[in-house]
Design a protein around this ligand. Structure first.
Ligand code: ADP
Ligand code: MG
Ligand code: ZN
Length: 653
């Protein structure tokens, strides 16, 4: 409670900061005004001034305390500047067309005598000694204006963020930075494919329903649960569902909103939030993206006072609140490894609930949840769609269903068909079809052979997923064509070394086909190369699958849930050796792919021809032609071999 008061230096107080800034601004403004005024006049030296008097060129002189303003005699009709030059001349004339000069004040006994002799009018401004008015004009007024501007600015800003409070509120933060929903309207039925997470959260729901049951036994409920998982898997949705199931208010706030420009604000927001929530208990506080404040404090790179104070305050509050009232804090993050250890210790976010990307069944269930909101034709098959979307998170699936509905509208249909759904999958994976990009005949040929190369490598090898579709219709995300593979049934969670090697072969087979048929190398293989290389590298550095390095873990992934970069854990020499090994594996696979294509050259030509004509062929059609060609080849072989085929059959079984 009081630790943030202790280390709040006056300079960190927003109000003091504001005052200092406005005073400086006022000084600069005044200085600018003065220099602007003197810019309009022309400076001359004192003896030039006296000469001018003697020559009778001067009309009037005003003697100020530190400066003498000199008004020359008006110019004659001819030399009198026209109005336009008057304006352009920068105001060095007054309204009687007298040119204005000025010079510094020097104590000169003879000046008055000289002026009298030359019959020059002279005067000195009456000093209206009114220091109060003066002070108000030069200080209070500009300060007031700046204050007003600032006030309006902060008002509109905090309004947009959904709270009241003005500048005075910054320090104490009466501004509400959180959302409060009395009923979220979301239940566990809206969350699919997260059964384990739901199970863990069920207990919290039960507790919120009936805290006294737990109290009677003396069981303490966890104060906080941490939802961990990749983006879009339904963490926010789950937290809302807990509140919905328990029928309690839901306070939500994003971690980044805590951290403000002014030190101390986040901390007071935390305090405020917990105070409000305690008044409404039982209820749920949800802190989204908690890594924004909960970052480990020992990172040497930068210290952030504000974040640390906010975190400290959060830790304090989590220890302080009376959990028997039924206040539960749920937080979500996709970077659990950077969280401060203090946040994770018992009594704080000690429950960690993993929200993973859904598996096949989970995806089907999620699709079922979202398909309810759209009108569908009876032919839809969500199982097929789930098969095609391995690796997609809940948010992606929701997006695909919506995309399918949009497509149905575009096509002028009343219901969503299976075709819409499958097209939506491809749109999310590969981008929209780009019908206006015309490939030249030659390019079309190359792309076709490239794709059929992938497909053949898939068909010939054992450890691969079957081809679902081959197309050479360009997509907006850059692919000129692609071969879609789809698992036959249940996806598997383990990948064997053979499968990885076969997959690499499939990836390099595109280029192998180009080179075999046209003897060229095109840029179309760049994505294949990238994926093949990273597979080969992971195989060696992370999965312990190379004979050379054995099980050594040579790299590790930094942000597991954000597809993070891998960091190297080995010496420079080993890195070089790894690179060499990766290159060796890729070369080997490329040779294998070339061999496969050479052995199936007849199928390659036939299918590519078909693809050039039809632009898209399905997996079944592909297998049909492939089998046709194969059996034709076999009968031909038999005819050629004639009598000596007995040799092969006579091999020992
Ligand atoms: P996160 O907070 O994990 O990034 P969200 O909870 O914000 O993800 O999910 C975004 C949207 O994706 C949800 O509003 C919902 O429509 C959909 N979604 C995600 N996961 C699921 C799921 N398991 N079941 C149903 N819908 C989901
Ligand atoms: Mg979220
Ligand atoms: Zn390719």
């Amino acid at each position: 409670m009081n630790n943030d008061k202790q280390n709040r230096s006056p300079f960190k107080n927003p109000l003091v900061m504001f005052l200092i800034i406005s005073v400086i601004a006022t000084i600069i403004l005044n200085a600018a005004m003065i220099s602007l005024q003197s810019l309009q006049k022309e400076e001359i030296s004192y003896n030039e001034f006296t000469t001018m008097i003697d020559e009778g060129k001067i009309d009037e002189v005003i003697i100020n305390r530190d400066e003498i303003d000199i008004y020359a005699k008006p110019e004659t009709e001819e030399t009198k500047p026209t109005d336009i030059t008057d304006i352009l001349g920068g105001g060095s004339y007054d309204r009687h067309h007298r040119k204005i000069y000025y010079t510094g004040y020097i104590y000169d006994e003879k000046l008055l005598e000289r002026l009298n002799n030359a019959q020059v009018k002279y005067s000195t401004p009456v000093q209206h000694e009114n220091p109060i008015l003066d002070f108000i004009l030069t200080w209070i007024l500009p300060l007031g204006i700046i204050y007003l501007l600032f006030f309006l600015l902060t008002r509109t800003m905090s309004k947009r963020m959904g709270g009241g409070g003005g500048i005075m509120g910054i320090g104490q933060s009466n501004a509400k930075m959180y959302n409060m929903e009395n009923a979220t309207g979301v239940t566990f039925n809206d969350v699919a494919g997260q059964d384990e997470a739901k199970e863990s959260l069920d207990e919290i729901v039960d507790y919120l329903h009936n805290p006294s049951k737990y109290k009677a036994i003396g069981a303490k409920q966890p104060r906080g649960a941490l939802l961990v998982g990749p983006p879009g898997t339904g963490k926010t949705l789950l937290a809302k569902a807990v509140a919905g199931e328990a029928k309690v208010p839901f306070f939500s706030l994003s971690g980044s909103e805590f951290v403000e420009m002014f030190v101390g604000v986040g901390a007071s927001r935390v305090r405020d939030l917990f105070k409000q929530a305690a008044a409404k208990a039982p209820c749920i506080i949800f802190i989204d993206e908690i890594d924004a404040i909960g970052k480990s404090r020992d990172s040497q790179l930068s210290t952030n006072d504000e974040r640390e104070q906010t975190l400290n305050q959060l830790l304090n509050e989590m220890d302080g609140f009376d959990s028997s009232k039924g206040l539960v804090v749920i937080a979500a993050t996709n970077r659990p490894e950077i969280l401060d250890k203090a946040l994770l210790r018992p009594g704080r976010f000690d429950r960690r609930i993993i929200v993973e990307k859904p598996d096949l069944k989970g995806r089907e269930d999620i699709l079922k949840v979202h398909i309810k909101h759209v009108k569908t034709s009876p032919d839809i098959n969500l199982h097929d769609m789930a098969l095609a979307t391995s690796g997609a998170a809940g948010a992606d699936l929701a997006n695909m269903v919506n995309e399918a509905a949009l497509r149905a509208v575009r096509m002028g249909r009343k219901t969503v068909s299976q075709e819409d759904l499958m097209e939506a999958v491809e749109v999310i994976i590969a981008g929209k079809e780009k019908k206006d990009r015309i490939l030249s005949e030659k390019e079309k040929k190359i792309v076709s052979f490239h794709e059929v190369g992938h497909a053949l490598a898939t068909a010939v090898q054992k450890h691969t997923q079957p081809v679902h579709k081959i197309t050479i219709v360009p997509r907006t995300m850059g692919a000129l064509g692609y071969t879609m593979q789809m698992p036959e049934e249940e996806e598997h969670y383990l990948m064997s070394k053979d499968e990885i090697l076969d997959q690499i072969t499939v990836l390099v087979a595109g280029r192998a086909a180009e080179e075999l048929v046209f003897n060229t190398k095109t840029t179309g293989a760049s994505n294949d190369i990238e994926r093949a290389t990273s597979l080969a590298r992971n195989m060696i550095t992370m999965y312990g699958m190379s004979d050379k390095f054995g099980m050594a873990g040579l790299e590790s992934i930094q942000n597991k849930y954000l597809d993070g970069r891998s960091v190297s854990n080995c010496s420079e020499e080993t890195k070089t050796a790894i690179d060499n090994e990766v290159i060796r594996v890729l070369k080997e696979r490329y040779e294998k792919a070339t061999e496969i294509l050479k052995n199936n050259r007849d199928a390659l030509d036939k299918i590519a021809e078909c693809l050039i004509n039809e632009e898209t062929i399905t997996g079944e059609r592909f297998m049909e032609i492939f089998d046709e060609v194969k059996s034709a080849r076999e009968t031909k072989d038999k005819e050629n071999e004639g009598g000596d085929d007995g040799e092969k059959n006579s091999e020992p079984k």
